[in-house]
Design a binder for this molecule. Structure first.
Ligand SMILES: N[C@@H](CCC(=O)N[C@@H](CS)C(=O)NCC(=O)O)C(=O)O
Length: 224
């Protein structure tokens, strides 16, 4: 039996949930061993030594890392595909997810740390915004004619980029950073419109962004 541990507020958890839904796989979120705040508990770390969410529990064996979990779902449910049919398209879709992980997501943290205008290091914010714009440029180049990242249906790349873009929109708005929307024009705008118009993508992003919005409010209130 497989169980997914994590909270929907995490874009990485939302990535897996979106991917599972696109495949038609029912993968309910389950409270992790050690409780919701317990991703550093010994029980959880046995399943995922990185102590991050999500983790997939496969009969007591843990698999970490959102895209690896998606690959595993493909291996166990090969007939219900949410990947492009051709090898080049599949590589492109995975590449979008990899660019999100290696070149985009890391620049959200600096924004997060400078939410308060009074204590803001504007140079750090500007540097993060420039790196994000660069990463979106890489992604734009990797996409095909779409309207999704690769082709006419959402695949892994859309799950990764869609949830992360939603987080970026929320963080940029909450911090009132004045950073231009990175998906406001061109191919990226076409992509974002397609994601928002897709029932499954839109519903997972809505659930995720509501939860993430709650997390942002809690942080603004000084809580953790
Ligand atoms: N590369 C990982 C990233 C997972 C990740 O960073 N999850 C965050 C939540 S959004 C987390 O668990 N953070 C807790 C921590 O780092 O202590 C993946 O794709 O699953």
């Amino acid at each position: 039996m497989i169980k997914l541990y994590g909270a929907i507020a995490s874009p990485y958890v939302a990535r897996v949930l979106m991917y599972a839904k696109l495949k038609g796989v029912d993968l309910p979120l389950t409270e992790p061993p050690g409780g919701m705040a317990g991703i550093k508990s010994p029980e959880y770390l046995k399943l995922n030594p990185m102590g991050k969410m999500p983790t997939l529990d496969v009969d007591g064996q843990g698999i970490g890392e959102s895209s690896i979990i998606c690959d595993y779902l493909d291996d166990i449910y090969p007939k219900q595909s949410a990947m492009p049919a051709d090898p080049l398209g599949r590589a492109r879709s995975r590449l979008v997810a990899r660019i999100v992980d290696l070149y985009l997501a890391q620049h959200i943290g600096p924004l997060f740390r400078h939410m308060s205008p009074a204590k803001r290091d504007q140079a750090a914010v500007d540097a993060a915004a420039a790196e994000m714009a660069k990463a979106y440029g890489y992604i734009e180049q990797v996409m095909d004619s779409g309207p999704f990242c690769v082709g006419k249906s959402p695949t892994l790349g859309d799950c990764a980029l869609g949830t992360t873009t939603s987080v970026i929109h929320q963080v940029v708005a909450a911090g009132n950073f004045g950073i231009a929307d990175p998906v406001a024009s061109g191919r990226l705008a076409t992509w974002w419109k397609a994601v928002q118009g897709h029932e499954i993508c839109a519903s997972v992003i809505k659930e995720h962004s509501t939860a993430f919005g709650g997390f942002l409010k809690m942080m603004a209130g000084g809580g953790r």
